[in-house]
Ligand binder design. Structure first.
Ligand SMILES: Nc1ncnc2c1ncn2[C@@H]1O[C@H](COP(=O)(O)OP(=O)(O)OP(=O)(O)O)[C@@H](O)[C@H]1O
Length: 471
């Protein structure tokens, strides 16, 4: 692939305050890249031609409102967009103007067609379709690629199972979780993955994820628990494939967190190997890094999966448009996800159900970081799995520490043994709005008007405390 033209790389960026409606014409393969902060809403309308956002086609003459996002609209055949700037607040936008040889989108489309032919063959023989794992450095466009491949697959009438193994970001649920969902209908273009199931009715069918709560941001914060949760998710995903022939032939698309810098990389490769084995991955896509690509080749190329196929490793270029999202931006995204979970969004306001619960009536289980992570030879990190140093779950007494925390509600009973509570998927989340230590009571917010009953609550540190949810 030829390097991108300077024109594309240096396309002008604009920071506009309260600008009026403008039109933007895109030639084939061009992208309109934009960045909208939390406080602004940018509206984009397709007035002619065809355009996509992460594989989802934009409907003509329909306003799409974007907030708290960094993304792009691309076109294969050219289009005209009508852009309405925020009435208050700012946004940044520019056009990237590559030709067909210069955009990685063409290689992503080729990958899609390769997957399609594998799915068609799997359908004919009632076998499993491709299980694709996407890896690469942070901010390489991994989630965007998984989303795009998902949208393209659903547009062909496929029903892929999409798996998120990056607990820093939630897929159709809050961060802190590992989740899987079948995508059979289009993804709401104004969101990353679609409306959260708690947000009620939506014009686009809501996807229901199966989620496990890990409760920590990094996979190596508690490696034993992380692997355990991956294993649970893999069992659930594999049985979902087994019970539905359409999902089985469409296969899986698996997103991962980025390869961490420095010595934590070794542990990351260990987790990738675990995912490859547990989900019987047969295609590893490496995005935007020759170094990671060569590591993956070394480890997986030619390896035989549990169902007898050979693992293929494919390297793809990263898009020059992928944007860094700093910690402040990511935190604002997490906050809006929590807010949406309990209070809905601009299209649907929700009023969460509040309940007062005695300390004695709740069963809270704390997820902690592993206490020992030891540096190993060669600068890597190993975890001595033989030792009992990672209590995966510990019973916790309610205290002020719970104030403003989000807790996951386990799909288990307080009478279950701790192992079953740890292994359970989650039903949803509650928020601890208040802790009254004197009267030994908690004020708890839930998205639905249901009592907690005998459900155990899982208490992690991710997503982090959110102090201003009720303000
Ligand atoms: N071509 C593009 N133009 C503009 N923005 C883009 C483009 N591709 C991706 N982005 C945006 O860049 C950001 C980072 O992309 P993405 O989330 O796909 O990366 P990632 O590799 O999954 O990141 P992480 O390592 O944090 O999981 C996202 O906000 C995404 O929408």
């Amino acid at each position: 692939m030829a390097p991108p033209k300077t024109k594309a790389a240096t396309a002008a960026a604009s920071s506009i305050t309260s600008a009026p409606t403008t039109t933007q014409t895109l030639e084939p393969y061009w992208e309109y890249r934009f960045e909208v902060p939390h406080s602004s809403i940018l509206t984009i309308k397709l007035v002619s031609g065809t355009a996509e956002k992460d594989g989802t086609e934009l409907a003509p003459n329909t306003p799409y409102a974007f907030t708290a996002t960094k993304s792009k609209i691309n076109t294969w055949h050219g289009c005209t967009l009508e852009i309405t700037a925020p009435s208050s607040g700012t946004y940044d936008a520019y056009t990237s103007e590559p030709n067909a040889d210069e955009t990685p989108m063409v290689s992503y489309l080729n990958l899609h067609f390769k997957l399609e032919s594998l799915r068609a063959a799997a359908q004919r023989t009632a076998q499993m379709g491709p299980r694709v794992l996407v890896v690469g450095p942070p901010n390489a466009g991994k989630s965007s690629l998984v989303r795009t491949l998902t949208s393209w697959a659903t547009r062909m009438g496929r029903q892929p199972l999409v798996v998120n193994t990056d607990s820093r970001e939630g897929m159709l649920t809050l961060p802190g979780t590992l989740s899987a969902a079948v995508f059979a209908t289009l993804i709401d273009a104004t969101t990353d993955w679609g409306t959260l199931p708690s947000s009620g009715a939506s014009a686009i069918p809501v996807k229901l994820p199966l989620a496990y709560y890990y409760g920590l941001p990094q996979s190596d914060d508690n490696p034993k628990l992380f692997k355990r949760m991956l294993g649970r998710l893999a069992i659930a995903a594999t049985s979902r494939l087994a019970e539905d022939i359409d999902v089985k032939s469409a296969g899986m698309l698996i997103d991962t967190g980025g390869v961490p810098a420095g010595t934590r990389g070794a542990a990351y490769y260990d987790f990738v190997a675990h995912i490859v084995a547990e989900f019987s991955v047969n295609i590893v896509v490496v995005l935007g890094s020759e170094r990671v690509g060569s590591e993956m080749q070394k480890r997986f190329s030619g390896q035989i999966t549990s169902v007898g196929e050979t693992v293929t490793v494919i390297g793809l270029d990263k898009s020059g448009g992928v944007m860094d999202r700093d910690e402040a931006f990511m935190q604002s995204i997490r906050e809006s996800a929590i807010r949406e979970y309990f209070f809905g969004n601009a299209r649907m306001t929700l009023s969460p159900f509040t309940q007062q619960v005695d300390f004695a009536a709740v069963s809270i289980w704390r997820i902690s970081e592993a206490s020992s992570k030891t540096a190993a030879d060669g600068g890597g990190i190993t975890y001595d799995e033989g030792e009992v140093h990672t209590d995966m779950l510990e019973k916790a007494e309610p205290s002020m520490m719970l104030q403003n925390c989000v807790l996951a509600v386990a799909c288990a009973s307080v009478h279950d043994v701790p192992d079953n509570i740890r292994d359970a998927n989650i039903m949803g989340f509650v928020y601890v709005a208040d802790v009254d230590e004197k009267r030994r009571r908690l004020r708890i917010l839930a998205p639905v008007s249901a009592r907690l009953g005998d459900r155990p609550l899982l208490w992690g540190s991710w997503p982090e405390h959110m102090v201003n949810l009720l303000i």
